[in-house]
Design a protein around this ligand. Structure first.
Ligand code: NAD
Length: 307
């Protein structure tokens, strides 16, 4: 395969680029605008690899995207504005990258004859669920600007499959953690604060539940869908490791060896979804299952950030 990976200098994208280059003989072209969230440092170790090429550019740049898509057989679209809190402060860049950027890629891909287009999405598009789990057939009910733009992108991608026969697959993964995540996100931020003796600001009463997956497990799942998934299908990727934010915070404090007195409860996020949870039978039917427990992944992650 020759794969165009957009957003490959970000957290999950860079883990995926490393994974593919290490596991296969495939060629990878990484396209990334290097926003505040992306860094070439995340690609250290593959930048000089002859099977990898890095292009700094925007997924909304029609000409660039058309040229790049014409030269690959597979597209994996990670590029996104990804931080919910920032989307509450201002939704515009989220619409521009997550919606318009995805449309630009889809338009380029529809005339290119590519074999697979994998749209990377999130459990957040389903909205919150207090009991039970979301399956791929459930309606979308995004409740914050970030997830609304991701849901838009999912609908656009699916519509290109239906109307243009574009070979689209969609994955919806729960919260990722692991190496190379931007320190604005909960787990790296709390590891850093705990190790520096600073307070750990927990939203509301800390009872919001998220399902956590180690990024390497997610990359294996994405790769499984890319190679084994059925065109036109949507795949949830979850670990069933459900934790309240307070449980995650306490686990980090334990792992770092810091005092629980560092926990500081702060005003809740506006429209804060209470719980996400995914049914995963479909991805498991492709032979995938997570290799790391939450505790094992956290140990690796804490070690990585403390180093
Ligand atoms: P990230 O913010 O770490 O990385 C995003 C990358 O996209 C950055 O490198 C950034 O420079 C790049 N980018 C942003 N706008 C761009 C543009 N217009 N053109 C080209 N590149 C651009 O995000 P992440 O956490 O790695 O998430 C990657 C994808 O996975 C996103 O689509 C996100 O919605 C999805 N996702 C993330 C999680 C999670 O827990 N992090 C969970 C489920 C799904």
């Amino acid at each position: 395969m020759r794969i165009l990976v957009t957003g490959g200098a970000g957290f999950i994208g860079s883990n995926f680029v490393h994974y593919v280059i290490e596991q296969y003989d495939d060629e990878v072209v990484t396209l990334d605008a290097l926003t505040y969230a992306g860094s070439k440092e995340n690609l250290e170790g593959v930048l000089d690899n002859p099977r990898h090429e890095f292009i700094e550019g925007d997924i909304r740049d029609e000409e660039l995207v058309r040229d790049l898509v014409a030269d690959v057989d597979t597209v994996v679209n990670f590029a996104a504005e990804s931080h919910v809190d920032r989307s509450i402060e201002g939704a515009k860049p989220f619409v521009e990258t997550n919606v318009q950027g995805t449309q630009t890629l889809l338009d380029a891909a529809k005339d290119s004859g590519i074999e697979r287009f994998l749209q990377i999405s999130t459990d957040e598009v389903y909205g919150q669920i207090l009991d039970g789990k979301f399956s791929e057939d459930d309606p979308l009910n995004p409740r914050n600007p970030y997830s609304a733009t991701k849901a838009s992108a999912d609908h656009l991608a699916k519509s290109f499959e239906t109307t243009h026969d574009l070979p689209v697959l969609i994955t919806r993964t729960c919260n990722n953690f692991g190496p190379r995540q931007h320190p604005e996100k909960l787990i790296p931020k709390f590891i850093k604060n705990a190790s520096e003796g600073k307070s750990l600001p927990v939203y509301g009463d800390g009872s919001n539940v998220r399902e956590w997956i180690y990024a390497e497990d997610n990359c294996r799942a994405l790769d499984t869908v890319l190679r084994e998934g059925e065109i036109g299908e949507i795949y949830n990727i979850g670990s069933h490791a459900e934790k309240t934010n307070l449980e995650v915070t306490e686990a980090i404090l334990d792992a770092v060896g810091a005092d629980k007195a560092l926990i500081e409860f702060v005003e809740d996020r506006a429209g804060h979804d209470q719980r996400y949870a995914l049914e995963t039978e479909k991805i498991e039917s492709l032979g995938w299952e997570p290799a790391y427990t939450f505790e094992e992944g956290l140990e690796e992650t804490v070690e990585y950030y403390l180093e």
